[in-house]
Design a binder for this molecule. Structure first.
Ligand code: ADP
Length: 243
């Protein structure tokens, strides 16, 4: 697979330039029975996020008397990938759930709801690389849709190295045959990036390449942030959103 060319004349296999996102579609409030919800498409990824809570947490020994307990479950449907995936949690989904939950740590205002839980469910219906970051984007909108008090939004995208070039928002082939995949989540408040809340790396890049990749990721996150806000504004149908 070494000789697969993924970038030809500055264009990637789906025609994008290195710094371009895939098509993104975000819709808030898609599920009637969840407190907050969101459907996202990032390229061929199709993902639904549902948020329940804050609600009383049982059994009681799981409660924290000082703050809300946030739980996050990332799950891939068996039909979301080429070969049927065995249903249920596995090492990968447990890891993704953990790091995704941590991406929201500095953003959710937890002290307001002691002894309660906020439960975030992310269901991947169709996967094409970057599902953890797309799931985080959907979860962020679903949390806001549920009215969970937050300091801002979490916006995420993967960057990576493909054919020696730093590129934004990898598709499956780029993820499989590229040299690095770097998912990044940022905490954005009032249109300003306050910090990085998730950073992982699969593969190898130099220090300078990592710097460049992070700059590109931030640019991508800002674009996604604008689309998340737009989805929330559409959900409110003209109601004013105060940041
Ligand atoms: P992410 O989806 O966040 O990029 P990975 O890098 O682990 O996470 O996975 C990359 C892609 O590989 C997924 O988006 C999916 O398309 C594919 N993939 C992951 N797990 C499986 C699996 N069990 N079977 C088939 N394809 C998978």
């Amino acid at each position: 697979m070494e000789d697969i060319k993924l970038i030809v004349d500055g264009r990637r296999i789906d025609g994008r330039k290195p710094d371009e996102l895939r098509n993104v579609k975000i819709e808030a409030g898609v599920l009637k029975r969840a407190d907050g919800s969101c459907y996202i498409e990032m390229g061929n990824n199709k993902i639904v996020a549902a948020v329940y809570g804050p609600r009383s947490l049982h059994p009681k020994h799981l409660q924290n008397p000082n703050r809300v307990v946030v739980r996050y479950r990332y799950n891939m449907a068996p039909f979301s990938v080429d070969e049927r995936k065995r249903p249920g949690p596995d090492r990968r989904s447990v890891e993704i759930s953990k790091v995704s939950k941590e991406a929201f740590e500095p953003v959710i205002i937890k002290e307001l709801f002691p002894r309660s839980s906020i439960d975030i469910f992310v269901e991947v219906l169709q996967a094409d690389a970057g599902t953890r970051v797309a799931g985080i984007n959907a979860a962020s909108v679903a949390l806001a849709d549920a009215g969970i008090p937050m300091k801002g939004l979490v916006s995420a995208v993967a960057v990576g190295k493909v054919d020696g070039e730093i590129v934004l928002d990898l598709v499956k082939e780029e993820d499989n045959y590229g040299q690095a995949d770097i998912p990044v989540a940022t905490f954005i408040r009032a249109g300003k990036i306050e910090g990085i809340t998730l950073l992982q790396m699969d593969g190898r890049v130099s220090k300078d390449e990592l710097k460049k990749a992070l700059e590109l990721a931030k640019k991508g996150c800002m674009e996604i942030y604008r689309m998340q806000k737009e989805a929330l504004i559409n959900r409110c149908r003209g109601d004013e959103i105060v940041e």
